[in-house]
Write a protein that binds this ligand. Structure first.
Ligand code: AMP
Ligand code: GLY
Length: 427
């Protein structure tokens, strides 16, 4: 089978690497891909947010039998619906189901209606009313722009002055564009025992009937060590998560995952694809911080390397509604991913810096994110550039292995966190 993957990042490189192992795959295309993906796939230079252009390309390439849509924005824009309408097979939720990520107001209302544990909240489309509400409330308070905002539409406000400024930024100045037409004002959740926060990402395969969680992982969203600096797309991940054991997994299956599948069906938008549960362990039990309608980035980079089962077979089973028939197996042990970013990320950074990757120890693997090849030279082409990963018996083993190899990778301005994987280790 020939397969098209939509996306450009480290997540898509990890998906391509997993798909390439499938005995049923002949050729992989990636739209648009990057320099690392280009080693596994033929990269296609079409803007994947141009839905008609993507569908026209797939129409014209009769050899492509299956399209995997990985990023949130084409899912929210209805790429899967459009491909299916033209008679093509595609992996990912349709537009109505993708609202679980593309509208925080939709997701919160769903959780409220179906009793799924999450932070208490109110939704406003009127600035004055939102302002009056935060003036009468507790602090910290969390403000969230309703729509997609590249992971930047969440503001944690310590004081009333911060909240006033935040509401102005989202609702009046439209810092996140239309995503800020509505705002969710949310209770600030705190962790149970560890600091700072106790968040875990659990991705799950679902065909709308059966839901099968993947192994849990932890992301590091802030730019700098010790969870300092601005929020980013994610600076590193590790699996397994030390506070997510069988008891938590059972609680989450019963109170969160199954009710979410039931709720989406009851709302007339069954979810087929990968559902991402961003969870926080609170004194009141596990709660949903956010849903995503797709694989996480960089969670995928530590989760998929541990998958023993054929990923394409799982995807096909989801598309055909027979996920219950597939046995999904995982390797024992740990995996760590450290993101190497351009200097200045997540704010201003330069592109086009030559990258040198020297000899790396066996078992260390690199997924590319923002990279391109120009006249044969590998160069930076984005904020997050490379994802350096390794497996180990424990998170400690894996992280040591990653870090001791970083001295063999260079580009001007390269920045990374030194503390990936030690977040929840109590000293
Ligand atoms: P989100 O984009 O919704 O995942 O939010 C980004 C980050 O903000 C999360 O990973 C949490 O660290 C934090 N956050 C979001 N909502 C809350 C909340 N209600 N209480 C505490 N922290 C939150
Ligand atoms: N790593 C967080 C996300 O993919 O949204």
């Amino acid at each position: 089978m020939n397969v098209l993957i939509i996306g450009n990042g480290g997540r898509e490189h990890a998906i391509a690497a997993a798909i390439a192992k499938s005995p049923s795959v002949e050729k992989i295309y990636c739209m648009k891909g990057n320099a690392g993906i280009a080693e596994l796939a033929e990269c296609v230079d079409v803007d994947y947010m141009n839905i008609d252009a993507v569908c026209d390309w797939v129409d014209a390439h009769k050899d492509v039998e299956y399209t995997i849509v990985a990023p949130d924005d084409p899912l929210a824009a209805g790429l899967v619906d459009a491909l299916e309408a033209r008679g093509h097979r595609a992996f990912g939720p349709n537009k109505r189901a993708a609202r679980i990520e593309s509208s925080k107001a939709f997701a919160k209302a769903l959780m409220k209606k179906y009793g799924i544990p999450t932070a208490a909240y109110e939704i406003f489309d009127d600035y004055e009313k939102a302002l009056a509400y935060v003036r009468g409330g507790k602090f910290p308070v969390v403000l969230k722009a309703d729509g997609l905002a590249l992971g930047k539409g969440v503001l944690i406000c310590e004081t009333l002055a911060d909240a006033e400024a935040g509401l102005k930024q989202i609702m009046l100045d439209k810092a996140f564009g239309e995503a800020g037409d509505k705002v969710v004002v949310e209770e600030f959740l705190t962790g149970k025992e560890f600091t700072p926060g106790e968040e875990v990402s659990v991705l799950a395969f679902t065909d709308g009937k059966t839901i099968v969680p993947m192994i849990a992982s932890c992301d590091h969203k802030r730019a700098f060590d010790g969870d300092k600096g601005l929020n980013t797309g994610g600076m590193g991940t590790f699996t397994p998560c030390p506070f997510y054991g069988p008891a938590e997994a059972e609680e989450v299956m019963k109170k969160i995952m199954l009710p979410t599948v039931v709720a989406m069906n009851a709302e007339g938008c069954p979810f087929k694809g990968v559902l991402y549960f961003g969870l926080m362990r609170t004194p009141g039990g596990m709660k949903v911080v956010e849903y995503n309608s797709r694989f996480g980035d960089p969670e995928t980079q530590v989760v998929l390397p541990m998958l023993k089962t054929d990923l394409l077979e799982i995807f096909q089973a989801i598309t055909d509604g027979r996920l219950a028939d597939v046995k999904i197996e995982w390797e024992e042990g740990a995996c760590v991913c450290v993101v190497l970013a351009s200097g200045g990320y997540p704010q201003h950074y330069e592109k086009g810096k030559p990258i040198e990757i020297g000899k790396l120890e066996e078992g260390v693997f690199v997924y590319h994110a923002g990279t391109k090849r120009e006249n044969g030279i590998l160069k930076t082409n984005g904020g997050r550039v490379l994802n350096v990963c390794a497996k180990g018996k424990t998170v400690e083993d894996a992280r040591e292995k990653v870090y001791r190899n970083l001295s063999n990778i260079h580009f001007e301005g390269m920045q990374y966190r030194r503390d990936i994987g030690i977040k929840y280790v109590k000293n």
